[in-house]
Design a protein around this ligand. Sequence first.
Ligand SMILES: Nc1ncnc2c1ncn2[C@@H]1O[C@H](COP(=O)(O)OP(=O)(O)O)[C@@H](O)[C@H]1O
Ligand SMILES: [Mg+2]
Length: 239
Amino acid sequence: MAETVIQTIDLTKIYPMGEHHITALNRVTLTFTRGEFAGLVGPSGSGKTTLLNIVGTLDTPTSGQAIVMGTETSALTSLEAARLRRQHIGFIFQTFNLFPVYTVFENVEFPLLLLNLSPAERRQRVMEALDWVGLADRARSRPTQLSGGQSQRVAIARAIVKKPSIVIADEPTANLDAENSYNILDIMLRLNRELSITFLFATHDEKVIRYLRRKITLFDGRVARDELFEQPDVSRPPT
Ligand SMILES: Nc1ncnc2c1ncn2[C@@H]1O[C@H](COP(=O)(O)OP(=O)(O)O)[C@@H](O)[C@H]1O
Ligand SMILES: [Mg+2]
């Protein structure tokens, strides 16, 4: 049986709003296995980011459970949550979130600094990750010298440099044009297939949705549909 990497059980998130409250997630029960290329879709406000943040241990549920790599996360201290993320989870954000004053190399190296690696080992891992995204020749550049597409490729390298089991990507193409969106999708699909990294997206971009092997539609914090696609359509429409 495929290895379970993420499991949520009746996951619920309620935000207090003065006299009222907002139910961002309403008893979401989902299982993700190693190697999935899955996306949360649904209208703005349907709970996609909230779900990603909770399974990424950046936020905690009001009730229910999120089990990540076998660890029930709601009882973790912030230090323990940080350790779980460091070991198992890479993040990619809509706005790239690179450190502008650091070089590309240093940005990608950052997640490795807390691991017990020699500088030579770190260098090798960073250059390998930059090779994956086709930016080994830009190691000395700074993020301000890169295009949006290149910046997101650096962010992908940073997300995978630790060889995580899971990469969480919240609207990763929202600030990219079509060509760069397809470029990063091709890179992520290759990382998924060749390194068995599980990708979990939140998106409402049709380009991303066409690549998904599993599409989970959220509506008002609930799972409205959960669909599998054997043969995702990764052909590029003419531009
Ligand atoms: N920190 C917060 N405080 C209050 N309400 C929030 C907070 N974060 C999200 N929400 C609300 O929770 C719901 C789900 O939000 P979100 O997970 O960001 O949706 P999506 O990513 O699908 O657009 C929305 O109604 C949103 O306004
Ligand atoms: Mg969102």
